[in-house]
Ligand binder design. Sequence first.
Ligand SMILES: NC(=O)c1ccc[n+]([C@@H]2O[C@H](COP(=O)([O-])OP(=O)(O)OC[C@H]3O[C@@H](n4cnc5c(N)ncnc54)[C@H](OP(=O)(O)O)[C@@H]3O)[C@@H](O)[C@H]2O)c1
Length: 360
Amino acid sequence: MLTIPLIQIGFGGVGRAVVERVLDARDEFEWRMGLEFEYVALCDSAGAVIDQNGLSPGTLRRLLEHKRQGRSLAESEVGYRHEGLLDIVDLAGSPEAIVIDVTASDDTVPALQLALDRGYAVVLANKKPLAGPIEVFREFTGSGRLRYEATVGAGVPVIATLQEALLASHDTVHHIEGCFSGTLGYLTTGLEQGVAFSQLVGQAHAMGYTEPDPRDDLGGMDVARKALILGRTLGWPLELEHVEVEPLYPAELGEGSVEDFMNAIETLDESYRQRVQAAREQGSVLRYVASLQGSEARVGLQTVPQDSPLGRLQGTDNLITFHTEVYNETPLVLQGRGAGVHGTAAGVVADIVALARCRK
Ligand SMILES: NC(=O)c1ccc[n+]([C@@H]2O[C@H](COP(=O)([O-])OP(=O)(O)OC[C@H]3O[C@@H](n4cnc5c(N)ncnc54)[C@H](OP(=O)(O)O)[C@@H]3O)[C@@H](O)[C@H]2O)c1
């Protein structure tokens, strides 16, 4: 039996789902793979819990409950207020350790760097460390000890397909197109059904499908980071500012409070209605698409044929099409649940297992 210590940075929706999944899979991973995972450190933005002998399943379940009640790990019985992530990696780490970043923060980069320098492995659901300067992307991914499946398409195995099926077989990727935002998928499906843009944004906001400020989704930057990660995985020397981004609202609505924004978006309804109508007259629909071709990436609203994989996509699912030398006339298509903590946690756990297997 190989025991792998886990250090997890972030204990929000995805972080809790990862811990639950690792706990639930304990017996199966032992008999099926001869692997035992043991949490040695867990932290949120303020607090940490560390035990080099491994946090027991009972302690982890109590911490899950504590955190679900909206309290910081710093306030838990076994927790303390941490003074930075470097100390946590330093204190809890060992050469076999895997560090899991399930935050949405840039601040984790130095701790991830330290972990990789020490020979630990790293799993990311957090896109930001791979969407900063390209040198960091190259250094991190070049280590061979970092996996990042959940950064694009949540649990849909987009990165594994690209790396382990296409690039590893010396296939040539000509063109990638995908819908990578459940929120924007919800909006474009609703527009197609004739619902007003402002009403859709209001509903998505009320149901918690958007960030607290919907402009964070509608601005397209989250999709742009995913396109950047895909382009870099293809080997393209892209920076975030090279990705052409079409936001779904004009620059003047970028100022002001969320309330101001929500009150002003009715002014966009008519232009979206006209765009949907113009697309329909050509047998097409609007989708918010990330498109990569010829070393360039762009994200924005595109008119796609109704009878195409992207055109048939409905609701919050994610979809990616790879047009390659091998998958030429018919592209390779992956589709599935693209948002939600459980799908994302599944992608993270699959990466943890893949890295652990390399250590056997
Ligand atoms: N939710 C999804 O469906 C989904 C899908 C695909 C990818 N992702 C990605 O997965 C990541 C996590 O998403 P989420 O929905 O779980 O977010 P979340 O609920 O906001 O959780 C983020 C966690 O990170 C912690 N954190 C923030 N800054 C930190 C720092 N500097 N040091 C240590 N901990 C820090 C937060 O601490 P506090 O608890 O103290 O605030 C929180 O526990 C994000 O990068 C997101 O883009 C999410």
